[in-house]
Design a binder for this molecule. Structure first.
Ligand code: PLP
Length: 447
């Protein structure tokens, strides 16, 4: 590391932070590079907190109360869920949308409709929230891990085809942290090998890839509206798509197998189904937040660009690369951390030092395929029957080959989306804190 340059850069940023402090009453700022890191007794670079999440507006309350007072709480009656479905489809440019109870159930319904059956395989992004794996397991299929591209943190399209077998029914790219996967090569391999694509867009509301919204590119797209999400209703989800047939089948399966649109039979319950319905309360919350979602997304993007520009200047900090002509929505803002450029400061000490500076951040997803959940599944009676011992052994061994994903799991640091709703001066504290920690890496490593 060139310490002299880093210090000079830091002084400039710290000065900018101090100059900006009048805009942010109540927040404390670093005065110079000589300041000790907060973990060593210095004053935190950022104090005063960050925007809270979720945000609720009083003006939205009557619509929720109307649902309460109407007594029309069941999805089969009432207007709020269909209204939300129409508005969300329009916002995304999708032909259809079906609201569901959660993102997990959206994925489960979607995979059922795409004919993912017991004993099938689904190629999954390994760097994801555990629900992506769980949804495949719920359909008694095997989540086969493709590798992760360390530069993009999303599925490496080049790692998909070699994992396709005669049992593969679908590919599940995950637009993790709201960063679009490189969909063109994924769609090409899916078309070539005749498998479906179900996009896990549970963190990617309004993310764009080459002029199209994530969740509208594959056969089906799935979203989550859980409390931490950019469009929250406590719980909730949606499936989007452009095929009436597939969406009719989704609507039917999510509603006990009742006939829907063109999907009907001679008897009332002619097909399998479950109850994966959304409530009108949730829809009333969601529909009112759509405009805010658009505004918040623009703000997060603006701040993420500002943050990326400042982080790219710091040796050992690597912001993610997005596919060409795509726009992320930053459910989390990640970067890869190179400890060697921080005088050997281990990543967990770095995140601790950052939190002490008032910048909440954490390590990203771990190598969850070693965490026991998949071992439990493949040791079960059902999986042994469905796949046989040799396939399950090869499957377990295959996790060792996920080198890109291992690198990502070992080096990623991420900040949650609410930070990106702060003002620009506060965003600059992130780089200022990192530079300060970098200048004291060796001391911090000894703490
Ligand atoms: C990538 C991803 N997939 C699936 C889900 C599941 O969504 P839900 O929690 O609404 O079931 C989530 C939710 O956090 C997610 O982040």
């Amino acid at each position: 590391m060139n310490t002299r340059n880093s210090r000079r850069d830091f002084l400039g940023l710290a000065a900018a932070a101090v100059a900006g402090s009048s805009l942010l009453p109540g927040r404390l700022f670093a005065q110079s590079a000589a300041d000790k890191p907060a973990l060593l007794g210095g004053t935190p670079v950022h104090a005063g907190g960050w925007p809270a999440w979720p945000e609720w507006r009083q003006a939205w309350e009557p619509a929720v109360l109307n649902v309460l007072r109407s007594g029309r709480w069941y999805r089969g009656t009432g207007e709020q869920v269909p209204q939300f479905e129409a508005a969300y489809a329009k916002l995304l440019g999708a032909r259809r949308c079906l609201a569901t109870a959660s993102g997990t159930t959206a994925l489960m319904v979607g995979m059922h409709v795409l004919d993912v059956d017991a004993g099938d395989e689904v190629i999954v992004s390994p760097f994801t929230f555990i629900a992506s794996y769980n949804a495949v397991l719920a359909n008694k299929a095997l989540p086969v891990m493709a590798d992760t591209d360390p530069e993009t943190l999303t599925i490496d399209p080049a790692s998909i085809e070699s994992r396709i077998t005669d049992r593969t029914r679908a590919i599940m790219p995950v637009h993790i942290y709201g960063m679009p996967c490189d969909m063109d090569p994924i769609m090409a391999v899916a078309a070539k090998r005749r498998v479906a694509v179900i996009e896990d867009a549970c963190q990617a509301w309004l993310a764009e890839y080459k002029g199209r919204m994530c969740g509208t590119i594959g056969d089906l797209g799935c979203f989550s509206f859980q409390n931490s999400k950019h469009l929250p209703s406590g719980e909730g989800g949606a499936i989007t798509g452009n095929s009436d047939d597939l969406l009719d089948r989704c609507a039917s399966f999510h509603d006990c197998g009742r006939p829907y649109g063109g999907f009907k039979g001679a008897r009332p319950y002619f097909t399998r189904g479950g109850n994966y319905r959304m409530q009108h309360f949730q829809a009333a919350m969601l529909v009112q937040q759509l405009e805010k979602l658009v505004q918040d997304t623009a703000r997060r993007r603006e701040n993420a660009d500002r943050l990326t520009a400042s982080l790219e200047e710091i040796p050992g900090i690597h912001p993610a690369r997005l596919p060409e002509n795509s726009r992320a929505v930053w459910h989390l803002y990640p970067f890869r951390y190179e400890a060697e450029k921080f005088q050997g400061l281990p990543r967990d000490r770095f995140t601790r030092a950052m939190r002490a500076e008032g910048i909440p951040c954490s390590t990203g997803y771990q190598e969850q395929y070693f965490d026991g959940l998949l071992d439990e599944a493949i040791a079960s009676r059902g999986y042994k029957r469905l796949f046989g011992a040799q396939r399950l052994k090869d499957y377990r061994d295959s996790f060792q080959a996920l080198k890109g994903n291992r690198q990502v799991c070992e080096t990623t640091v991420a900040m949650t989306q609410n930070l990106l709703l702060a003002d620009g001066a506060a965003i600059d504290h992130v780089a200022a804190a990192i530079r300060r920690i970098q200048a004291h890496g060796a001391e911090l490593a000894r703490v």
